[in-house]
Ligand binder design. Structure first.
Ligand code: JBB
Length: 238
């Protein structure tokens, strides 16, 4: 998979991309992640990328010219191996579609993603009108820019690419990954007793059926407690 990030702050991604999981995935050729600076597409001696909103209001907006030209330049770079793949352009914005594991799985099916990161108070509307990106939000809280949100998308998507996780690890055991999207219940490792707290007997029983049933029950309770319950209602919560 090829992922292009369009940002004013490419240096924010350096440590993240060099880190163990993504560093190894890139070295193995499983994913190719590239950074392009919007500032490189700005005009004039000041290389201006932002300006005041028409009609007044606080803060600054990203100008359409540098952003659209930056994304178009990224899209024009299609190596032969990706010539047949239509890039999927994403914009990180609080007004976007909420990121869920289901959306992550959808994104992971694309061969090529372009992640557009905003700053300031957001983008001039003509960025959206021209590029028609899929708008995505990682949650209802305020960020100063789309970069951290883009890293969340990259981490969630790339770990679904076959080979990115170690051989032993499997993404389908994780929280949100089953058909019913449950979170995982409690898990235990050694010692069998810690400060008087014992590992549940069932996990030591060797009875795989009972263990699977117990885990399923724990996952259902944990999911209900989180108020994302796919079954039942809030009324029976503690
Ligand atoms: C960003 C959080 C802000 O506040 C807005 C807005 C829209 C688009 C982009 C931005 C700035 S970057 S991404 C997630 C903040 O409506």
């Amino acid at each position: 998979m090829r992922i292009d990030v369009v940002t004013l702050f490419p240096e924010m991604f350096q440590g993240f991309l060099e880190g163990s999981l993504l560093g190894a995935a890139q070295a193995a050729g499983l994913v190719d992640i590239r950074l392009t600076n919007i500032r490189d597409f700005a005009q004039g001696p000041h290389r201006q990328v932002d300006d005041k909103p028409y009609g007044g209001g606080p803060g600054m907006l990203l100008m359409p010219g540098p952003v659209v030209e930056c994304v178009e330049s990224v899209l024009a770079d299609a190596p032969p191996s990706l010539a047949a793949s239509k890039p999927h352009v994403l914009m990180l914005t609080p007004a976007g579609r909420p990121l869920t594991q289901e959306l992550v799985e959808e994104l992971a099916r694309h061969d090529r993603l372009v992640l557009l990161c905003g700053r300031y108070e957001g983008f001039d509307q003509r960025v959206t009108d021209t590029l028609k990106p899929e708008a995505i939000s990682i949650g209802d809280y305020v960020l100063s820019g789309g970069e951290v949100a883009a890293m969340v998308v990259i981490e969630a998507v790339t770990r679904l690419i076959p080979g990115v996780l170690g051989d032993a690890a499997s993404a389908d055991d994780d929280s949100f990954s089953g058909v019913d999207r449950l979170v995982e219940g409690p898990q235990y490792t050694r010692p069998r007793e810690f400060r008087g707290l014992r590992v549940p007997e069932v996990l030591l029983s060797g009875d795989h059926r009972r263990i699977a049933d117990w885990r399923r029950e724990q996952a259902l309770s944990a999911t209900q407690r989180r108020d994302r319950s796919p079954v039942g209602s809030d009324s029976d919560l503690p």
